[in-house]
Design a binder for this molecule. Structure first.
Ligand code: CA
Length: 222
């Protein structure tokens, strides 16, 4: 899953980014409102962690702008204790939740999990499943019928995307945007390599699903 952090306190932003990366999220961090709006408009994120007081443009302006463009990405507002009014305005502007600074990591991660719950069958916060095939975040593995196989970080992230959107064709560009970022120079054949690794691993455990190729478009989990 891909998270955008918009926070001008650089130390806080970078610490958050580290914590999220350790929890297997893909993270983009920007330190001002203009870049925040620019990234948020790309609509590739699963959640935006948005500070309110920002140079360039406030978090609340960013929020009303993206909601006006019908971008429904969940937004977690970061507010200072003194910004009670902003908190209320924020929820009115379409924020999904807020967290008062300073906060503990565990709480941030719990809020984030709640905001990014997906359509795939969720077994619990660390496990996603489709047709009995399970993807386990703690062990970075896929499990079927008692057999399991470990995935690399990129394989895990691609599998998470597929299992969260079963029976839907995910275009290759979308996979690149989600996992490598939209300014990355990853080529389509890089994805093909990861998909072929994943297919081999799924066949090793005789998984009941297949990654199908939609020629010229992308992939779907069937
Ligand atoms: Ca700030």
């Amino acid at each position: 899953m891909r998270i955008l952090i918009v926070e001008d306190e650089i130390q806080l932003a970078d610490a958050l980014s580290e914590i999220l990366k350790r929890n297997k999220y893909t993270v983009d961090t920007v330190y001002n409102g203009i870049d925040g709006l620019d990234n948020a408009m790309s609509d590739v994120y699963d959640c935006i962690i948005l500070d309110i007081m920002l140079p360039g443009m406030s978090g609340l302006e960013i929020l009303s702008n993206i909601r006006r463009e019908k971008i429904a990405t969940p937004v977690l507002l970061l507010t200072a204790r003194s910004e009670i009014d902003d908190k209320i305005n924020g929820l009115d502007c379409g924020a999904d939740d807020y967290l008062t600074k300073p906060f503990v990591t565990g709480e941030l991660l719990a809020r984030l999990r709640a905001l990014t719950r997906r359509r795939g069958d969720i077994v619990d916060d660390n496990r996603l499943a489709y047709n009995g095939l399970e993807l386990n975040k703690n062990t970075s593995s896929v499990i079927w019928n008692g057999s399991d196989v470990k995935l690399s970080l990129k394989e895990y992230q691609i599998m998470e995307l597929l299992i969260s959107n079963p029976r839907q064709i995910l275009p290759k560009e979308r996979i690149i945007e989600k996992i490598w970022g939209y300014e990355s120079d990853v080529e389509y054949n890089n994805i093909e390599v990861y998909i072929s690794f994943l297919r081999k691993k799924l066949s090793v455990i005789s998984a009941p699903v297949q990654i199908k190729t939609a020629r010229g478009i992308g992939y779907s989990l069937e």
